[in-house]
Design a binder for this molecule. Structure first.
Ligand code: ADP
Length: 189
């Protein structure tokens, strides 16, 4: 089972991904987590990505596709994976389809968790307070930029999947449990 979890920053993708991982025994692939790990480790990728991420911009498509292409070849991805935070641009979506075709793998479901911007500001501010500002991009100014980037570069991926009849949309304003229940219905249906 290969799943794409889609939605703006703060929509709850990470929270829902955990439930899906436990239920379907797939691995969660969060490009944001991978990039943050690279920044912490001070690798070449991390040095390159650090300022881009702190500004709320997107890391280069080719680099991201390279990372995902290598990662899904790892043995732990054999049973499937859930993509969280990727694809984030149309070239990434098209690149993913190419990668999957080359590897003889499929994409089973695309799930969009929909949350309005006003609610996202409140959630990210709460997360920033709870984590003591652990994430350099969890502040009102950078979030504004991340949302602009989401609407201009990431949201256009939705019609790409809709045209393919792949898009499922869930209301992310519901309780965590209700969102999980809807996602499970979609994946089990
Ligand atoms: P959120 O979804 O909460 O904004 P993520 O952890 O998914 O946070 O991503 C944090 C940052 O990492 C993004 O703002 C961006 O700079 C970078 N990033 C993550 N995934 C991608 C991607 N697929 N393509 C380009 N940049 C990415």
């Amino acid at each position: 089972m290969n799943i794409i979890l889609f939605g703006p920053p703060g929509a709850g993708k990470g929270t829902q991904a955990e439930f899906i991982v436990n239920r379907f025994k797939v691995v969660q692939l969060s490009t944001g987590d991978m990039l943050r790990a690279a920044v912490t480790q001070g690798t070449e990728l991390g040095r390159m990505a650090k300022a881009v991420m702190a500004a709320g911009d997107l890391v280069d498509d080719g680099i991201i596709l390279g990372i995902i292409g290598d990662r899904i070849d790892e043995p732990d991805c054999a049973n499937g994976f859930i993509l969280d935070g990727f694809p984030r641009t149309l070239p990434q979506a098209a690149g993913l389809d190419r990668l999957l075709a080359e590897k003889g793998r499929k994409r089973d479901a695309v799930i969009e968790v929909q949350v309005p911007d006003s609610e996202l500001f409140a959630r990210i501010e709460k997360r920033a307070a709870e984590t003591g500002g652990a994430r350099a991009d969890d502040n009102a100014e950078t979030l504004k930029k991340r949302l602009e980037v989401y609407h201009s570069q990431t949201a256009p991926v939705l019609p790409y999947y809709q045209e393919k009849g792949m898009l499922n949309t869930v209301d992310g304003l519901q309780t965590i449990e209700a969102v999980t229940a809807e996602i499970m219905t979609i994946l089990e249906g």
